[in-house]
Write a protein that binds this ligand. Structure first.
Ligand SMILES: Nc1ncnc2c1ncn2[C@@H]1O[C@H](COP(=O)(O)OP(=O)(O)OP(=O)(O)O)[C@@H](O)[C@H]1O
Length: 462
């Protein structure tokens, strides 16, 4: 990739499979000035001690056919004992997810499953190397605490995908590194941003959020940078922008993919120079902020320079945290359902409902295109509408058969139900379904702002 300008010094890759070593070297040579490969644990111990690399990429299994990862985990322990700040990314077999979790518990920075995608490998290695560098830059910093229990971040889920998220939050939060959070709508990006801020050194200072998807594009400039009186017709007084309001704290740029291309260089300059110039002013004001950004753009779109300036992207994504969609961590569904049933039962003064046989399985098997947000609404609706009997999948709006296709003609036919409220609900639901619960796209189709769509979703319990 053109953007990789060898940000780091050296990397050591340890694997007994020469094909993997070649693949890793090719994938990583753009990122590191030097990539050294080793085929045995003994060689790795020596090379790592001599070369003090920025990062080690370590296979979990050495002996041919072994899957128990004993050698890889022992080497991980040795390397971390010698240098607790050394970032180690484990390479695991796809089926060996328990090995990945064990490695993370022992202090690995991250893991990648074989066969890997180069994007995933590079993202994991970059993030781990950047964190390692920032840890080394602040000597005396205690080693990162073990991942906090789910309750601390408000993020429920013990699946391997969420274990990785918890671990990354714990590692990234206390650093000053900018963090980019990726994930589909409703996967918990805002919760991650809050957890990062809460666990950071800036926790006592404000976290200022700006949802770039919910603000009219023509207002973004002044919302971000502020303006001085008279800068434009409606500017009747000076106004502080959100960047400045976050001074000393954290700036959360939600839906960064909606930042108009023409404002991207201005934000980049502000972040690089740590100064903002309000619209209409020629005086730059110094600011001290840590930036967390989030987007539901797919990584490929984000790396498309026609959609997003790559220099700004690399300013924002020192650390990348990717939230897996719920359908890729179905084992988390039961805990989420339990949590949100209990929460809503308390809220509405109802007993905590039980589930009819087969319901838990049906909920876990559902696609959840709206991810945790949709699950949360479904649980609320089930508590409100469910009777005394144990809840079935239908009470959560999960249908055994696919939902009938929406027929816009039915809305205008005189025979149709013309109750405005119900028609609105059907249209909102149809737009959400049509766009796979992508809020920005559904809002655009409905001619609403994201904020207005959220209000209607709340109103209709969607
Ligand atoms: N892992 C989780 N555990 C508990 N609740 C969660 C989790 N993930 C998301 N939620 C809940 O789901 C809802 C949506 O989460 P959040 O707003 O953080 O998602 P998002 O990815 O920022 O969505 P969007 O991109 O649509 O703004 C919130 O009510 C949040 O509390």
């Amino acid at each position: 990739m053109a953007h990789q300008e060898q940000q780091f010094g050296s990397c050591v890759v340890v694997d007994d499979d020469p094909d993997i070593l070649v693949a890793a070297r090719l994938a990583l040579r753009g990122l590191f000035a030097g990539v050294t490969t080793c085929t045995t644990p003994e060689e790795a111990r020596r090379v790592v001690q001599e070369a003090s690399p920025d990062i080690v990429l370590l296979d979990a299994n050495f002996a041919r056919g072994a899957t128990d990862a004993v050698e890889g985990l022992a080497l991980l322990d040795d390397l971390l004992r010698a240098d607790p700040a050394l970032p180690v990314v484990m390479i695991t077999a796809h089926a060996g997810i328990h090995v990945a979790v064990e490695a993370m518990k022992r202090g690995a920075a991250d893991f990648v499953a074989k066969p890997w995608s180069n994007d995933r490998l590079i993202a994991a290695v970059r993030t781990a190397a950047a964190l390692g560098a920032s840890r080394r830059a602040t000597p005396g910093t205690p080693p990162p605490p073990p991942p906090p229990p789910a309750g601390d971040s408000g993020l429920i889920g013990g699946s391997p995908g969420m274990a990785r998220v918890h671990a990354l939050i714990a590692r990234a939060a206390p650093t000053e590194a900018n963090v980019l959070i990726l994930g589909e709508n409703g996967t918990g990006k805002e919760l991650v941003a809050r957890a990062l801020h809460r666990q950071s050194r800036r926790a006592e200072r404000p976290m200022v959020t700006i949802d770039l998807g919910a603000i009219a594009p023509e207002l973004i400039d002044s919302e971000l940078f502020g303006h001085v009186k008279g800068a434009f017709t409606d500017a009747r007084a000076d106004r502080t922008g959100r960047i400045q309001a976050a001074d000393g704290g954290t700036l959360f740029l939600d839906e960064i993919g909606n930042l108009p291309l023409h404002l991207q260089p201005k934000l980049l300059t502000a972040l690089e120079q740590r100064r903002v110039t309000p619209v209409g002013s020629n005086r730059a004001v110094p600011v001290d902020i840590r930036v967390i950004a989030a987007t539901n753009l797919a990584p490929a779109d984000l790396r498309d320079p026609r959609q997003f300036r790559q220099d700004l992207l690399f300013r924002l994504n020192t650390v990348e945290i990717e939230l897996p969609p719920l359908r890729e961590r179905r084992e988390d569904v039961a805990a989420l359902i339990d949590h949100y049933l209990a929460l809503n039962a308390e809220r509405y003064g109802r007993p905590i409902p039980t589930l009819a046989p087969g319901t838990a399985e049906a909920l876990a098997a559902a696609e959840w295109p709206g991810n945790v947000r949709a699950l949360r609404h479904a649980a609320e609706r089930a508590v409100i509408l469910g009777g005394e009997a144990p809840l079935t999948a239908a009470d959560f709006g999960i249908l055994a058969a696919p939902a009938p296709a929406f027929d816009p003609g039915a809305v205008v036919s005189e025979a149709a139900d013309l109750n405005l409220d119900r028609v609105e609900r059907r249209l909102v639901e149809a737009a959400l379904r049509k766009h796979g619960y992508n809020i920005s796209a559904a809002a655009a189709e409905l001619g609403l702002s994201r904020a207005a769509l959220y209000r209607r979703m709340e109103k209709h319990g969607l």
